[in-house]
Design a protein around this ligand. Structure first.
Ligand SMILES: Cc1cc2nc3c(=O)[nH]c(=O)nc-3n(C[C@H](O)[C@H](O)[C@H](O)COP(=O)(O)OP(=O)(O)OC[C@H]3O[C@@H](n4cnc5c(N)ncnc54)[C@H](O)[C@@H]3O)c2cc1C
Length: 379
């Protein structure tokens, strides 16, 4: 069992891992549009996947903040596509199986997710149903001891490498939220198809795909929890996903400030360093001030989550606030790099393009505002 005082040591071990196993290769992975499968095994071997999984299922049983810190540090180093990949495995899917899975499902999947032997994706979104998840059309029809699944999903992170797909489908097409269920779908099953990698404006190393399900026979024992309770489970687990996105935002804000502070102390214009100009100083100071406010709100939400008291409203407010702040800050900091900020070889440009989607996925920021408004004004 990891002790709390090991937190900073764990962070520095992970920073070393990123410097050794990720930094030298990341540009190539961006060109390939894919993080290599071997990295998943390396992450597992070094104990950086699903660290909060209890020891009886192969994890460390570490406090959630350890797991969250890994996505923060990955984003801080400028590797947000990898942060999304690790977050998908450790922050999104693992809690579903830990909290809702049967004993058999936990034994079957969690230990392999910890070692990196199994990579997972979560598949909710469809071409005609993103924010409005109740409108999904993928169907699971019970037949004896199987469900027959038909449908398709889009924008699925970790899609290419996924060995396991946590799939949201309709088990009662006549009902909206009350007709949804969640399945653990082995990606090697006949009828599971993986489409082309989608070309994105950022997160270039992330394998974001369309997935197809053509008469896939999923054994009944791979239903997660109870039939037709899928929406309730999603509501229960979404706070962790939004917390993870917020951690990535925090990491990215910190990383962008660090990069910029260094650059402006090296670059001169009109005979003085950029760091000596009042505009530069104010922009960086303003970024730091907002970062401190964001960090305090984030820490408050992590504490609430650890006490199992983080509400959907609070985490929606956090996700919306911190990803908006991330967008503003990276945009303003990139400006301080002048033309170099627009060049791919300067990592600030990656912080910029990778930030944009943070306001869209995990529930768009408009949906986050709707949730907050509902808590004040009702429906
Ligand atoms: C890079 C990337 C990775 C992703 N990874 C995954 C993944 O791994 N798994 C997965 O299931 N999904 C994933 N998604 C999908 C993502 O969660 C959706 O794109 C997101 O929820 C928005 O849905 P949509 O794209 O259908 O937009 P829409 O729902 O069509 O929304 C379009 C616009 O309308 C606004 N809007 C919609 N409803 C309302 C409303 N009621 N009030 C006000 N405004 C509204 C939205 O905010 C948005 O601005 C990913 C997306 C991207 C881009």
């Amino acid at each position: 069992m990891i002790q709390d005082q090991d937190y900073e040591l764990f962070r520095s071990n992970f920073q070393r891992f990123l410097a050794e196993h990720v930094a030298p290769y990341y540009e190539q992975w961006e060109e390939d549009g894919l993080i290599p499968r071997e990295l998943w095994y390396k992450l597992g071997e070094n104990g950086f996947l699903c660290v909060d999984v209890p020891e009886q299922y192969g994890g460390y049983g570490a406090p959630v903040k350890y797991s969250l810190m890994l996505v923060q540090e990955t984003a801080r180093a400028g590797f947000t596509a990898l942060a999304v990949a690790i977050g998908g495995q450790s922050e999104l899917v693992s809690p579903y199986i830990q909290n809702i899975g049967s004993e058999q499902q936990k034994h079957d999947w969690l230990p392999k997710m910890v070692t990196g032997e199994v990579v997972v994706a979560i598949a909710m979104t469809e071409a005609n149903a993103g924010s409005d998840l109740q409108a999904i059309r993928t169907q699971a029809v019970r037949q004896d001891d199987h469900y027959i699944i038909n449908g398709s999903k889009t924008f699925i992170s970790n899609g290419r490498h996924a060995d396991l797909i946590v799939l949201v489908a309709k088990t009662d097409a006549a009902k909206g939220a009350k007709g949804m269920s969640i399945f653990l779908v082995d990606a090697t099953l006949q009828g599971v198809g993986k489409g082309r990698s989608l070309k994105k404006i950022g997160l270039h190393a992330q394998d974001t795909l369309e997935l197809f399900f053509d008469h896939v026979e999923v054994p009944v024992n791979q239903l997660l929890g109870e039939e037709n309770q899928g929406f309730t489970y999603l509501m229960q687990e979404l706070p962790r996903e939004r917390l993870s996105i917020s951690m990535m935002a925090m990491g990215s804000i910190q990383g962008a400030i660090e990069l910029t502070a260094q650059y402006v102390q090296e670059r001169k214009a009109f005979g003085q360093y950029l760091s000596q100009m009042q505009n530069t100083r104010f922009v960086i100071a303003q970024a730091e001030i907002k970062a401190k406010a964001a960090a305090a709100f984030l820490q408050q939400c992590i504490n609430l989550y650890q006490q199992q008291q983080l509400s959907i409203t609070d985490v929606a407010a956090l996700k919306c606030f911190i990803t908006d702040v991330q967008g503003e800050i990276v945009d303003q900091l990139l400006q301080l790099f002048g033309g170099y900020g627009y060049m791919q070889e300067y990592p600030i440009s990656r912080f910029y393009v990778d930030a944009r989607v943070q306001r869209i996925y995990g529930g768009s920021n408009e949906i986050m505002k709707e949730i907050v408004a509902r808590s004040l004004l009702g429906k």
